[in-house]
Design a protein around this ligand. Structure first.
Ligand code: HGY
Ligand code: MN
Ligand code: MN
Length: 419
């Protein structure tokens, strides 16, 4: 018989209030927030969440990469960990990342208030720079936490605005003394909005996430011949803006041709000197290519490489590539995914087993412990956009599934997997 948390349920009003309070830290029109990693705005968000952690009597530790780990030191053994991020993209919504952190705090406060003490410690983590919008790669804090990136390399990472990550961490006062890599938890479960259209479109309030697709990020620097827009014949041009546009069109056509889960995105193009009557000298652009299948992801990367070689030849430009992130697809632990499914059904919810299109900290924690994720619907699948929305009923349902999942994981001992 699965150990139960005696049917306790979270306080939806308290969760909503905290989401709204955090959403008001560096708000943008439309109900979103802009808190790029390690900016003053991120610091303000961290300070607010840390105050809630302290108010709950949790032991709050900041580690060497700025991850904020709040632990309810009850029970014994390795903690059951949840968490996510509160850094945002420039046009962040109210729920991406914030929801997973605040639902984790809500679970702890609910259990404390009900006088229920789990058999293991529970931890809620705010991971540094999950978005990867200012510093790359994304999921950088959780990657360092699990030993996937050395701390020195991480601290020396340079932002798109030129700042050094370690300097920014010190500047905002979150260069902590906690150990990196950090101790592996007993299990990790992350609650997150889907950020895609499937759950809402198919009528599922809960997603049991069984994996995360592979991610390939690169920055291309295209150099051509800057020239006069009026006097330079087309046949003599070496035009980085045209090459950047050709790459963008190629990527759309590649994704369409490959179909399935293949997605390709050009999110950023900077031209220089960026003037109406000057054929640009350079174009610096980003390429984001993802697939749930590693073999197909490599096929897509190879196709891009071949096209770049063709363009160099044809357009007489140089194109340099800088790797920003490369993570293979991740498969979560079936035991945790199955548990999420079971609990969702016990709560009376239809539940869809599905992969995640977005990257998440859980994909890094999966390297060191059994991990999985819980999704709730995103209205119209909108995310990385101030219009991001999830109904309160879905937010509450997800947090209650998180509560029972964490409670049960705290009562679970993993049978040593056969070698
Ligand atoms: O890019 C992503 O998938 C995540 O939002 N960092
Ligand atoms: Mn997120
Ligand atoms: Mn995001």
């Amino acid at each position: 018989m699965r150990p139960s948390a005696h049917g306790v349920r979270i306080d939806g009003r308290r969760l909503r209030a905290r989401l709204d309070d955090l959403g008001e830290v560096s708000p943008i029109p439309g109900g979103g927030s802009c808190r790029l990693a390690l900016t003053d705005e991120d610091r303000d968000g961290r300070d607010l969440v840390r105050s809630w952690m302290v108010d709950l009597g949790l032991r709050v530790e900041v580690d060497g990469i700025g991850n904020m780990i709040a632990t309810w030191e009850c029970g014994d053994g390795d903690p059951v960990m949840t968490g996510s991020h509160i850094d945002t993209v420039r046009t962040g919504g109210r729920y991406d990342g914030n929801y997973g952190v605040l639902a984790g705090l809500e679970v702890i406060e609910t259990l404390m208030t009900a006088g229920l003490t789990p058999s293991r410690p529970l931890s809620v983590v705010v991971f540094t720079n999950e978005e990867g919008a200012r510093f790359q790669p994304d999921m950088l804090g959780s990657l360092v936490y699990v030993g996937g990136m050395g701390i020195e390399e991480a601290l020396d990472t340079v932002a798109i605005d030129g700042a050094r990550l370690g300097d920014e961490l010190t500047r905002i006062g979150y260069d902590g003394a906690g150990p990196v890599p950090g101790p592996a938890p007993h299990a990790f479960v992350e609650l997150h909005i889907e950020q895609g259209p499937l759950l809402e479109a198919e009528g599922f309030p809960i997603g049991a996430v069984d994996g995360v697709q592979g991610i390939s990020w690169q920055e291309l620097t295209i150099r051509g011949q800057s020239n006069h827009a009026g006097t330079t014949p087309m046949r003599l041009r070496h035009d980085p803006a045209y090459v950047a546009a050709a790459i963008t069109v190629f990527l759309r056509e590649l994704a369409t041709e490959m179909g399935g889960n293949q997605v390709c995105t050009v999110g950023k193009i900077d031209l220089a000197p960026n003037l109406i009557n000057v054929v640009p000298a350079t174009a610096v652009m980003t390429v984001d290519v993802r697939n749930t299948d590693e073999t197909l992801l490599r096929v897509a990367e190879k196709r891009v490489e071949r096209f770049l070689a063709e363009l160099r030849e044809r357009e007489g430009v140089t194109i340099e590539s800088r790797r920003l992130a490369r993570f293979e697809p991740v498969v979560f632990d079936d035991r945790v995914v199955d548990l999420i499914e079971t609990i969702a059904v016990e709560h009376g919810h239809a539940v869809k087993r599905m992969p995640s299109g977005a990257g998440h900290d859980a994909q890094m924690l999966a390297r060191v412990c059994p991990a999985a994720m819980i999704f709730v619907p995103s209205h119209l699948g909108i995310s990385h956009n101030a219009a991001e929305h999830t109904d309160d009923a879905d937010l509450v349902a997800g947090a209650n599934v998180l509560l029972d999942t964490m409670w049960t994981l705290a009562e679970t001992t993993w049978k040593k997997e056969s070698a």
